[in-house]
Design a protein around this ligand. Structure first.
Ligand code: GLU
Length: 489
């Protein structure tokens, strides 16, 4: 029987969780869920200077927010723990000692200056700079001498020369490297901390990872890692290196292109399902034209064989469109709860809300829902319900209000609304239609002054519905103010 597929996500907690990391996590998660395999999460914190607890928390929180649950690993546990690399140093140490005993790795006492000199000489001769193997076969005396000098050794892997290191990448196809271009590289630094390439191999091997799916930037690490697998005698897993995410200008996605952290998208009011849907399409090409995929559909359809080796371009408009599709599926109550924090932040509402206020707010939010692609856009769209209209100064606005017909229509509308028994959308609509007929002022000449009076601008969502949501008092106050402007000299 085929061995169960086991994939992993192994972030370094050195900053806010990047959207590219989220995509790597998602592809792994989808492979696990599609095949009924396992998804593991491990924290790679051997870079002691850059790793922080805060970043680790942010990564885990973001993964949970995206709904990318893991079966084994940090916080959830499992048989192969611990799952934080700084807690596994004794395991790496044991494997290093084994390699040294077996003659596959050795201590190297070369100083920085000596290495630099060697490098310069190789460059001068037009060679690729690799470690020349000076410490590969040191005598006892030489070692004693170096120790006496107080040199602290690193450990290097003895990489067999003249070999071809090849593998079939799930995304990139056949890839080959020459081992002589790799040289005997460092696997443990003088402080006893293994380098990334070593720790990652030991962990993937001991944790039973069958498929390593990660960012393209690690492709060049893969030959070193394969050399370590061979030395340790572990089975080499399958590799899949997914392309970079680029900004709209086709340069590597960075802060310049907008938000790059998962938290930023959460804070801007994107829905986790929409972000997952969008990230899945960044590099994966589904069959057919479908673009909106539920989680179940993604799990069913996702396949690494349809992941492209071309760079993926992050398209904000598309993300907004997808998020809009997901927001459309929210019920009125869900939508209100989703945008409430943004309205609170804008200072438009304070909790707790009375049932009546909540009911009104729900209608207000639903009234503009077609204009909101993500939560943070909500305050701008509802601001006419909460903020004063700025003075009429725009030349176009002023010229419309100064037309004689504007005062006529506003006056007639005020009189009619004052007398209106039911302040409902149907009644207000019928009322405005009646005064258009009565005054003979129609179309833009009728609507524009009314809209300007109510919102300060000539365009916006449905006027009658807005009037009802404003209520009689506010509507009349606004119409009277505009009428006074029309009539002023
Ligand atoms: N810790 C590495 C990183 O965050 C990932 C290593 C890997 O996936 O092999 O880039």
């Amino acid at each position: 029987m085929e061995k169960e597929i086991k994939v992993r996500f192994a972030p370094s907690p050195t900053g806010p969780f990047h959207i590219g990391g989220a995509r790597s996590a998602l592809f792994n998660w989808l492979v696990a869920r599609h095949t009924g395999g396992k998804f593991l999460v491990r924290i790679e914190d051997t870079d002691l200077n850059r790793s922080t607890k805060e970043s680790e928390e942010n990564i885990k929180e973001s993964l949970r927010w995206l709904g990318l649950n893991w079966d084994e690993g940090i916080d959830v546990g499992g048989e192969n723990g611990p799952y934080r690399q700084t807690e596994r140093l004794n395991i790496y140490q044991k494997e290093i000692q084994r390699l040294i005993r077996e003659g596959k790795a050795y201590y190297c006492y070369c100083s920085q200056e000596e290495l630099e000199q060697e490098r310069q000489e190789q460059l001068k001769e037009g060679k690729t700079p690799v470690y020349g193997g000076h410490c590969r076969h040191l005598t006892e005396e030489q070692i004693a001498q170096y120790r006496a000098e107080g040199r602290k050794p690193v450990v290097r892997l003895h990489v067999p020369e003249g070999e071809v290191i090849a593998f079939d990448d799930m995304v990139r196809g056949h890839v080959e490297f020459q081992s002589s271009g790799v040289g005997d590289f460092i696997i443990m630094k003088s402080d006893g901390i293994p380098v990334y390439n070593f720790a990652v191999v030991v962990d993937d091997a001991l944790m039973g990872i069958t498929h390593v799916i990660r960012a393209e930037e690690h492709l060049s690490n893969t030959p070193r890692q394969i050399a370590i697998y061979h030395a340790l005698g572990y089975k080499v897993p399958e590799f899949g290196h997914i392309s970079l995410i680029l900004g709209a200008d086709h340069k590597k996605m960075s802060k310049r292109h907008g938000a790059t952290s998962v938290t930023a998208y959460k804070d801007m009011g994107y829905l986790p399902d929409a972000v997952v849907n969008y990230l899945a399409l960044l590099g994966w090409a589904p069959k057919g034209e479908q673009e909106i995929f539920s989680r179940e559909e993604l799990i069913r359809s996702f396949s690494m064989s349809r992941v492209s080796s071309n760079d993926a371009v992050f398209d904000m408009e598309k993300l907004n469109w997808i998020n809009f599709q997901y927001m459309k599926k929210l019920s009125e109550e869900e939508l209100l709860d989703f945008v409430l924090p943004f309205l609170e932040k804008a200072g438009y509402v304070t909790q707790p809300l009375s049932a009546e206020k909540r009911d009104w707010l729900r209608q207000v939010v639903c009234y503009v829902r077609d204009r909101i692609s993500y939560g943070a856009q909500a305050p701008e769209q509802v601001k006419m319900f909460f903020e004063e209209i700025p003075p009429f100064e725009d030349p176009e606005v002023v010229s419309i209000l100064k037309q004689d017909s504007s005062a006529v229509i506003l006056k007639a509308f005020i009189d009619a609304l004052e007398a209106l028994p039911d302040f409902t959308e149907e009644a207000v609509t019928a009322c405005f239609k009646a005064i258009m007929k009565e005054t003979g002022i129609k179309g833009r000449a009728a609507f524009e002054p009314a809209r300007i009076a109510l919102t300060g601008v000539t365009k916006g969502p449905g006027m009658y519905e807005m009037i009802v949501l404003f209520g009689r008092e506010k509507t009349l106050a606004l119409l009277r103010k505009a009428l006074a402007f029309c009539e002023a000299e």
